[in-house]
Design a protein around this ligand. Structure first.
Ligand SMILES: Nc1ncnc2c1ncn2[C@@H]1O[C@H](COP(=O)(O)OP(=O)(O)OP(=O)(O)O)[C@@H](O)[C@H]1O
Ligand SMILES: [Mg+2]
Length: 261
């Protein structure tokens, strides 16, 4: 089932075209990684998909009853709430009392246990965790995340990616996220969209996209580091598959080869 469709989306700021006739469908239970270099319009496209910004042209259609949650790239907390107040402020006012336990539980899973600290005093990475908890507090069918792991420490990245994986698995939640880490995209996504010069130039599975090494490099992107390593080893005669994108997969393949030799 199509949850959201974007048809012929164009957007310009001060006459400079940024998005040029982009059309795409987001299906139920997709986990999409959107990649593109800085300034390509990744965030602009997400804002349009999340209905936070109106496109210059084109239409966004969301299937009926589909709730969308959105995490901005640089969450701005405005007034000086505490961590727990900030997360609860994203919940329906009538449900805030009920959500207290849930809010604490999400924050704890994301490594934030200082519930009563003022959000404005938090570090960048801590603010990001609070903003993610706020996006997750209301149930939704489509979760749109702009660079959820940027600026987080390694444990934080794993906690966030792990939570996203669980949400997807438990609630069949559809996820679309922007990241500049090919490693994170490889871990989470089962579909990758590649943006370049206002267009979506590639749309496919990680296997299809990460095989396009040249195209990705030409648009300023790359494949995961481990994929380069495996390709190099393959060139040197080791029997390795082309579609190794994560450390886990690489470990399995390398151990297999070591056992054979
Ligand atoms: N409200 C705005 N007014 C004018 N220009 C804007 C506005 N919003 C975005 N832009 C411009 O559009 C371009 C793309 O912005 P956007 O935030 O979508 O980039 P991005 O692809 O998400 O980059 P990054 O990876 O660095 O976050 C930038 O050049 C930015 O300056
Ligand atoms: Mg951005």
């Amino acid at each position: 089932m199509v949850l959201l469709s974007a048809q012929n989306i164009s957007m310009s700021y001060s006459e400079r075209p940024l998005l040029n006739d982009v059309s795409l469908f987001i299906d139920d239970s997709d986990k999409i990684g959107l990649i593109g270099i800085n300034g390509t319009g990744n965030s602009t496209l997400l804002k349009i998909l999340a209905n936070v910004e109106k496109p210059g042209a084109g239409t966004i259609t969301t299937a009926s009853g589909v709730r969308v949650a959105y995490l901005p790239q640089n969450p701005d907390f405005g007034d000086d709430k505490t961590v727990i107040e900030q997360v609860l402020s994203s919940a329906n006012p009538s449900q805030q009392e009920l959500k207290l336990y849930e809010a604490k539980s999400i924050l704890t899973k994301l490594g934030m246990t200082e519930f009563d600290k003022k959000v404005n005093l938090l570090s960048g990475g801590q603010k990001k965790r609070v903003a993610i908890a706020a996006a997750l507090i209301t149930p939704c069918e489509l979760l749109i995340l702009d660079e959820p792991t940027a600026g987080l420490d390694p444990k934080g990245r794993d906690e966030i990616l792990g939570e996203l994986y669980k949400l997807h698995k438990s609630y069949n939640m559809t996820i679309i996220l922007v990241s500049h880490s090919m490693e994170d995209v490889a871990k989470v996504a089962d579909r990758i969209l590649v943006m370049d010069k206002g267009k979506c130039v590639l749309d496919g599975t990680p296997k299809e996209i990460f095989k396009e090494v040249e195209t990705l490099e030409n648009v300023g992107l790359a494949v995961p580091q481990v994929t380069y390593l495996m390709r190099e080893l393959k060139k040197r005669g080791f029997e390795l598959p082309d579609d190794v994108f994560t450390l886990e997969q690489a470990k399995k393949e390398l151990l297999r080869i070591l056992a054979k030799n």
